[in-house]
Ligand binder design. Structure first.
Ligand code: CAA
Length: 379
């Protein structure tokens, strides 16, 4: 068993770290405050291959595996959760759904521009009445001449406004429950496709989250992904991979919060010495470091199993649940170590804390991850 990244993986990690520290970190708070994902960052991310990390070169991707992907998302999360979240949603939700279930034609038409950074991806499963209960989808797609007419809406969608391509599910046969849900590729230019309310979020503010409304939106037959009725199952399989990215993002946020706490503890003096000299602080740092290592190992294990072609439903849910809860605990401790300064925007601790919370909710809450894990144990 090898617990170390290869030289090549380490090189990828370090080049993303260098990029993140120079091109993202200095502006992260500004983008957070203005709730703005910078347009100028996209070509730079594309140049690094970050829009097609896990896809083969024949589709314009970087041809990497989930282990590399995990280290990349971790490095982005270490400096800015929102940028990490946007890159993750683009890769492992929208693009991966098309890669896993699309036809060759669909891949050429939609996946290639996504991996090249020419188009921006979004993925729509959640609705106002179908959050944790994903099979409670109410958006409908009714067969019509040459395609489908879609009506309904999707909520909490990353890039709902700025996306060019959206993969979303709709009910095509309401009598068949989750076997009556289908997945479609939407093009933003389709008449009847309308982005709606942008959420004013607590954290991850530079990563846009909004609703989408479909009003008699016509989707041609060739935009159906796989067969009618397979959309729910496809979405569950897409989430198996997506949850590895949220686990990786959580590890990155925790790592960034922890490093900020170590730095501050060494610099800040009270009672005539650095607060790092006090055992109360040392114990906190020791617990934080240990939990981050555990979360990282669990996440990389899920990533390595995914690369080996194994089913990762249980491992990705475990990694996502554990790592996201670690991110919340570690970033809260980081705020605590920073004391009063931690509660201000003069230090990065508060942003890690705000960003971390999304990770226990998005792509399935911690409670849903426990359901997924228990189902796998007991089936
Ligand atoms: N792989 C393969 N098959 C799977 C599967 C998986 N990961 N998960 C479920 N299935 C299969 C089951 O085996 C079952 O098959 P059969 O009917 O043949 O037995 C079928 O799918 C139905 O599964 P369940 O009975 O477990 O379904 P359920 O209705 O009880 O729901 C759930 C299960 C785990 C709670 C699921 O609804 C779920 O994951 N909910 C959370 C959804 C979520 O994460 N939402 C966030 C999306 S993010 C977003 O939309 C916006 C964005 O921009 C990020």
């Amino acid at each position: 068993m090898n617990f170390e990244l290869s030289d090549e993986q380490l090189q990828i990690k370090m080049s993303v770290r260098e990029f993140a520290e120079s091109e993202i970190a200095p502006y992260a708070l500004e983008w957070d405050e203005s709730q703005h994902f910078p347009d100028e960052l996209r070509p730079k991310l594309a140049e690094l291959g970050l829009f097609g990390v896990i896809f083969p070169e024949q589709y314009g991707g970087a041809g990497m595996g989930y282990v590399e992907y995990s280290t990349i998302i971790e490095e982005l999360g270490r400096v800015c959760g929102a940028v990490g979240l946007s890159v993750a949603a683009h890769n492992s939700l929208c693009s991966n759904h098309i890669y896993m279930f699309g036809t060759e034609e669909q891949k050429q038409k939609y996946l290639v521009p996504l991996t090249q950074g020419e188009s921006w991806g979004a993925w729509g499963l959640t609705e106002s009445m179908a959050g944790s209960d994903a099979s409670g989808t109410r958006t409908t797609a009714v067969g019509t001449d040459g395609g489908w007419k879609v009506n309904g809406s999707k909520n909490f969608i990353t890039h709902a406004i700025s996306c060019h391509t959206l993969v979303a599910v709709a009910v095509t046969d309401k009598d068949k429950g989750n076997k009556g849900i289908s997945a479609f590729i939407f093009d933003k230019s389709m008449p009847g496709f309308r982005p709606d309310k942008k959420e004013n979020k607590v954290g991850m503010r530079a990563s846009e989250t909004a609703s989408v409304v479909f009003e008699d939106c016509f989707v041609p037959t060739e935009n159906l992904l796989g067969n009618a009725g397979e959309g729910f199952l496809q979405a569950m399989q897409v989430l198996d991979g997506g949850r590895i990215s949220i686990a990786s993002l959580s590890v990155g946020i925790a790592q960034g919060a922890y490093e900020a706490a170590v730095k501050y503890a060494k610099e800040r003096e009270q009672f005539g010495r650095p607060i790092a000299d006090f055992q109360a602080i040392q114990f906190k740092l020791a617990d934080m470091a240990t939990q981050i290592e555990c979360a990282r190992l669990l996440t990389l294990q899920a990533a390595a199993l995914k690369d080996a072609g194994k089913k990762v439903t249980k491992q990705s849910a475990m990694a996502k649940m554990y790592a996201s809860e670690v991110a919340v605990r570690v970033s809260e401790e980081s705020v605590q170590i920073h004391g009063g300064y931690g509660y201000t925007k003069d230090y990065p601790a508060e942003k890690y804390w705000r960003d971390s919370k999304l990770c226990t909710i998005g792509e399935g809450t911690s409670e849903i991850q426990r359901i997924v894990i228990a189902k796998q144990i007991l089936r």
